[in-house]
Structure formats: structure tokens, C-alpha cells
Design a protein around this ligand. Structure first.
Ligand code: PMP
Length: 409
């Protein structure tokens, strides 16, 4: 039994995958860090758009098109509210966190970085917040530097003042690590970066599902996330950028939907966010994400965090009783992500045996190979918890791990 403010058994009824037998048995979904499940209201909202409201947005005078545009822009407003951004004009739709980071690297980065400039990234970044900067650094001759982390999976910030130099143009930091669950002190990092005139991009892909985010309080310059980690559909995500920065940034994709005028001599562009949204956007996905945000707000982010924390404590204590099991990432107050290694057993074998038990976890490098190298492991098994998980999921995980121990000795 865990003490939780959520009525989890009722909540579970909202998820078709959780109430429909999978391979004839209940499914234990402990893989929300890979992708969150969508509640029925969001699935139905998406279907309603496709069935009864479908057209294109920002064009045409038809009632259908105007209504689709209204729903689409209302969803943008919901994202604004989620992040507490000052204006919906600061919210750019993207395909996800990855595309949002690439947008900043290609548009802001190419404009502002020159040979010898520095980009400072944390040691626990997802590849999505490493590779776009490497591509840019190679192109313009910039230098990548790294904020180190310790054995507990926490950033070492003692020398941050020295790591951020007069040449640092951008600091990129993950808000919550997808491998370790570590919640980084983003506000302090932003203050240190701003003191040296650097801008800060925060990768919030794993933060938005777990905590209330306030970009004004963090004072970050860019914040990115993916809808599918937030109980929304794939193919949609968002970039928050401070308006002054977005206004000064050039478009990165060209096409319809983003121009004011086009002649053979050249084109002029709409203001942000439209100038970054060339072509037809993922309309149904944006509207469904809006429904997911409403659903989560209905549950309450504080209640979600309290539930996940209770489950995390219970799961952590029980996992540590498994002989030879070590958890990577032990920050106090971390988010509900548990990466572990089991002595003598490859994570892929663990993942396969758990799969036989209908327990879904992720086994691999989690798109964070530098983190694996830091801990000197090839891969980990990761169980990630969400507001719809109940104690039975943790029981099933433990049953599966005892099977692993029986098989591998
Ligand atoms: N950053 C982090 C911390 C992530 O966990 C992920 C997804 N695993 C991403 C970025 C990339 O998200 P997406 O693939 O949805 O763009």
C-alpha cells in the first residue's frame, strides 16, 4: 500500500491499454520515460478532429478552417499555460524536443556562434541536446565543453563560474535526466549563465510529465519538450523562447504558412511563432495534446508528483533488496525514473525476461551514451513511473527480477 492523493484505480480506467488484457494478462507499463500513455479523452479528441473537424489551419475563410485554427491556437494557449510562458507568441510548435533543439541550434546558433565560441552542456544530456550542438560546432568552429557530474548522478556546480567563460554563448541543460531522474537546479544555472551573458536552453522532455514548470521563474531563454512524454500523441512538441530572442531569429525552414509576401526577388516572414512553422503542422496532434494537458491539470501536478514520489520510494526500497542490484542516480528528491544494473546480467536479458512477465521497461543506453560511459556500464534497465502506475506494477517488476535471479543465479 502506498499513500497517494490520486484515485489511481479510477485513473487507470482512462487508459485502454491498462484495462485491456495484453497477451491475455494485465500489462505493467513502466516505460513512461520512453512515451507516456494517452488518456481516452485525448485519444477521443484526436479522433473527433479527424472525423468531424478535419481541414487545414491558418488559411481559407470556411467555418471549418476557422474552427480548426481556433482549436489549434487554443492548444498553443494550453502549452503557454503549462509552462507559464508570458505569451502564446513565445510557443512554437515542433515535432518534439529533438526538433525544437535543432531549431534553436540552426536558427539562433548559426546567427550567434563564431569560431572559438563555447557551448556548455551538462554531462547528463540526452543525445538530442548533444548532437545538434556538435553539428553546429563543427560548422562554425565552436568548442563544446561539459559540466561534470558525480557518482551520485548530480551535476558538480562548484566550478560553474569558471566553466562559463566570456566565450560561452549557450548553456544547454536537461531539467530532469531521462536516465538518472536527477532534477537539475536550472534556476541557479540560468543565473550563472546570464551573469556572463550566455543564453540557456533547458531540455524539459522528462520534466513536464513530473513537475510544474514555470519558465518565467526559471528565467531560461529556451525550453523544449515532446508531447508524447506528456500523455499526448507523437509528432508534436513545443519550443518556448523569450520573445526578444525569437523575434530576432531567422526562419530555419521555408515554405507556406510562414511568409508575409513572396516575390522572385525575395520573401518576408510572419512574426514568431509562425515564421518557424513552415508547412502544414500536426493539427490533430496539437489539439489532442491540449486535451492531455487539460487531463493532467485536472489531476493536478502536485498530486501527480506526490503519487510518483510515494511509488518511487517504495520501488527503490524493494529493488535494493534484490541481490547484486545497483541503482544509478540517487539524488534526493529525484523524479520517478529508476535505472539499475544487476550484477552478471545484461540489461537486454533483464528486459526480455520482464517482457515475458508483461512488464514493460527500457533496456539500453537511453540515447545517453556519455552517461553510460560515466558509470562505466554498456546499458541499464530503466523503470519509469507515472501517475497511472499502482503498487501491483512494482510487485510485477520485483517478481520478474526474482525470475531473472533464478535464471542467472
Ligand atoms: N531529451 C530527453 C531528456 C529525452 O528523454 C528525450 C526522449 N527520450 C528527448 C530529449 C528527445 O525527445 P523526442 O525523441 O521526443 O524528440
Amino acid at each position: 500500500m502506498i499513500h497517494t492523493p490520486l484515485d489511481v484505480e479510477r485513473i487507470r480506467q482512462d487508459f485502454p491499454l491498462l484495462v485491456t488484457p495484453f497477451k491475455g494478462r494485465p500489462l505493467h507499463y513502466l516505460d513512461s520515460a520512453v512515451s507516456g500513455l494517452m488518456p481516452k479523452v485525448a485519444i477521443e479528441r484526436m479522433a473527433r478532429y479527424q472525423a468531424l473537424e478535419h481541414t487545414n489551419v491558418h488559411r481559407g475563410v470556411s467555418t471549418l478552417s476557422q474552427e480548426a485554427t481556433d482549436h489549434f491556437e487554443a492548444a498553443r494557449e494550453k502549452v503557454r499555460g503549462l509552462l507559464n510562458a508570458p505569451s502564446a507568441k513565445s510557443i512554437v510548435w515542433t515535432r518534439g524536443a529533438t526538433e525544437a533543439i535543432n531549431l534553436v541550434a540552426q536558427s539562433w546558433g548559426r546567427t550567434h556562434l563564431k569560431t572559438g565560441d563555447e557551448i556548455l552542456l551538462s554531462a547528463m544530456e540526452h543525445h538530442a541536446n548533444i548532437v545538434p550542438w556538435q553539428l553546429l560546432a563543427q560548422e562554425v568552429g565552436a568548442i563544446l565543453k561539459v559540466i561534470p557530474m558525480d557518482a551520485n548522478g548530480e551535476l558538480i556546480l562548484d566550478h560553474l563560474d569558471r566553466l562559463i567563460t566570456e566565450r560561452t554563448r549557450l548553456v544547454g541543460v536537461v531539467h530532469v535526466s531521462n536516465v538518472l531522474g536527477t532534477v537539475n537546479p536550472v534556476k541557479a544555472i540560468v543565473q550563472a549563465a546570464h551573469a556572463k551573458g550566455a543564453v540557456v536552453l533547458v531540455d524539459g522532455a522528462q520534466a513536464v510529465p513530473h513537475l510544474a514548470v514555470d519558465v518565467q521563474d526559471l528565467d531560461c531563454d529556451f525550453y523544449v519538450f515532446s508531447g508524447h512524454k506528456l500523455s499526448g500523441p507523437t509528432g508534436i512538441g513545443a519550443l518556448y523562447g523569450k520573445k526578444s530572442l525569437l523575434d530576432a531569429m531567422p526562419p530555419w525552414h521555408g515554405g507556406g504558412n510562414m511568409i508575409l509576401s513572396v516575390t522572385w526577388e525575395g520573401s518576408t516572414f510572419m512574426p514568431a511563432p509562425q515564421k518557424f512553422e513552415a508547412g502544414t503542422p500536426p493539427i490533430a496532434q496539437a489539439i489532442a495534446l491540449g486535451a492531455s494537458i487539460d487531463y493532467l491539470k485536472g489531476l493536478g501536478f502536485e498530486a501527480i508528483a506526490a503519487h510518483e514520489h510515494a511509488l518511487l520510494e517504495c520501488a527503490t526500497a524493494r529493488l535494493l533488496e534484490v541481490p547484486g542490484l545497483k541503482i544509478l542516480g540517487n539524488q534526493e528528491g529525484k523524479a520517478a525514473v529508476i535505472s539499475f544494473v544487476l550484477e552478471g546480467v545484461h540489461p537486454h536479458d533483464i528486459g526480455s525476461i520482464l517482457d515475458h512477465e508483461n512488464v514493460v521497461v527500457r533496456a539500453g543506453h537511453h540515447c545517453a551514451q556519455p552517461v553510460m560511459r560515466h558509470f562505466q556500464v554498456p546499458a541499464t534497465t530503466r523503470a519509469s513511473l507515472a501517475y497511472f502506475n499502482h503498487a501491483e506494477d512494482v510487485d510485477a517488476l520485483l517478481r520478474g527480477l526474482h525470475k531473472v535471479r533464478e535464471i542467472f543465479g
